[in-house]
Design a protein around this ligand. Structure first.
Ligand SMILES: O=C(O)CCC(=O)C(=O)O
Length: 299
C-alpha cells in the first residue's frame, strides 16, 4: 500500500497522512456506532468509557468523552474495511508481526471540547520495555485546527521520551502533558476529510487544539504494535508513579466483581500464541502489574 518514498518519509518525519482509508458509507456507519456507544455510556462501569480531560463524577457532564476498545461492545467494528486496511498498513510499517494493541474513540464536544496536551504516547507505557508501535487516527468528519485535527512535531520520534506530567499535578486525570523542552511553534497541523487518517509513531510529539467549531469532533484510533522487548530500567517515568485515574479504579472494582473473566473471554480470540515473544510480553506485564499492586499501600 505504501511507496518507498512514503515509507522513507514516515521514517524521517514520524507521521504521515493517508487519504480514504475508509469508504464513505463505512465512515457513516462507524460514526453512528460510536455515537450510539457514547450515548448509552457503554463500558462506563468497566472503566472503558471515561472523561479524557476531567474527573468522572456521577451526574457530571463529561468535558471530553472517551472510550477504549469499542469493538468489545460492537464486534462488527473489527470486520470493517478500516480495520483491515489499517492492519495492512501497520504490517508494512512495523513488520509482519504487527497486531492490534488497542482502540480509542475520542469525542471532542462542539464549542468547548478541550485541547489534548502535547505528549508522546510512549510516556503512557511502562518504561521497562522497548516499543515498536504506531497509531492510525481516522477522522469521522472533516478536521482542521479549529475542531482539533492532529498536530505533529516532525522528527520528534527520533529523540528520547521527554519529561511528562499530569495536568495541574493531578494524577487522577487521564492526560499526560509533555513538560520537556521542544519547539511547539514548529507544530504541523494535518487537516483531513472524513475517512482520511494520520499515522504516527509511539514517540512522535502530538497535540490537538480545543474544538471551537459548532459540531462535535469524533476520531477513531487503532493502535498497533509488535511484541515490546523487556529492558528493565531502560527509562525512568516518574510521572507514572502513583497515577490512578477514575476509570482505572472502576475497572479494578469491575474485575473484582467477576469482570476479569469477561475480559479474558473477550481477549482470548485475539491472543497471539503463535509467537513466543507475545507470550513473554504478556507474562512479564502481568507479573510486573502484580508486583506493583503488592507494593501499593493498602487504603
Ligand atoms: O484526538 C485527540 O485529541 C488526541 C489523540 C491522541 O493523542 C492519539 O491518538 O494519540
Amino acid at each position: 500500500m505504501l511507496s518507498e518514498q512514503e515509507l522513507n518519509d514516515y521514517r524521517t518525519k514520524g507521521y504521515m497522512r493517508r487519504e480514504g482509508i475508509c469508504p464513505p458509507s463505512e465512515v457513516q456507519q462507524i460514526r453512528d456506532t460510536l455515537l450510539g456507544l457514547f450515548a448509552r455510556k457503554a463500558g462506563y462501569e468497566e472503566g472503558a468509557q471515561y472523561d479524557f480531560s476531567g474527573r468522572d463524577e456521577p451526574g457530571k457532564m463529561q468535558s471530553f468523552p472517551s472510550m477504549h476498545d469499542p469493538s468489545h461492545y460492537v464486534p462488527e467494528l473489527r470486520k470493517t474495511t478500516f480495520h483491515r486496511r489499517a492492519l495492512a498498513l501497520a504490517k508494512e510499517l512495523l513488520g509482519e508481526d504487527a497486531a492490534l494493541y488497542g482502540e480509542h474513540a475520542l469525542l471532542k464536544p462542539a464549542l468547548y471540547g478541550p485541547e489534548t496536551p502535547w505528549h508522546q504516547d510512549e510516556a503512557f507505557r511502562s518504561p521497562d520495555f522497548e516499543y515498536k508501535e504506531l497509531s492510525i487516527w481516522m477522522a469521522l468528519q472533516p478536521v482542521t485546527e479549529a475542531n482539533g485535527c492532529m498536530q505533529f512535531l516532525e522528527g520528534s520520534h527520533l529523540g528520547d521520551v521527554l519529561e511528562h506530567q499530569s495536568p495541574g499535578g493531578d494524577r487522577s486525570l487521564h492526560p499526560l502533558e509533555c513538560c520537556g523542552d521542544f519547539p511547539k511553534a514548529e507544530a504541523v497541523p494535518v487537516p483531513l476529510e472524513a475517512g482520511d487518517c494520520t499515522i504516527h509513531d509511539v514517540r512522535t510529539l502530538h497535540y490537538t487544539a480545543p474544538n471551537t467549531s459548532t459540531a462535535p469532533r469524533l476520531a477513531y484510533i487503532l493502535i498497533f504494535n509488535v511484541p515490546p522487548v523487556y529492558k528493565p530500567g531502560l527509562r525512568k517515568a516518574e510521572w507514572l508513579v502513583g497515577r490512578r485515574t477514575d476509570s482505572q479504579e472502576r475497572k479494578r472494582l469491575w474485575y473484582r466483581k467477576g469482570g476479569i473473566a469477561v475480559e479474558v473471554l473477550r481477549r482470548l480470540p485475539q491472543v497471539r500464541v503463535t509467537n513466543g515473544r507475545w507470550l513473554a510480553w504478556a507474562a512479564i506485564r502481568l507479573s510486573s502489574k502484580m508486583r506493583q499492586r503488592a507494593s501499593r499501600p493498602r487504603p
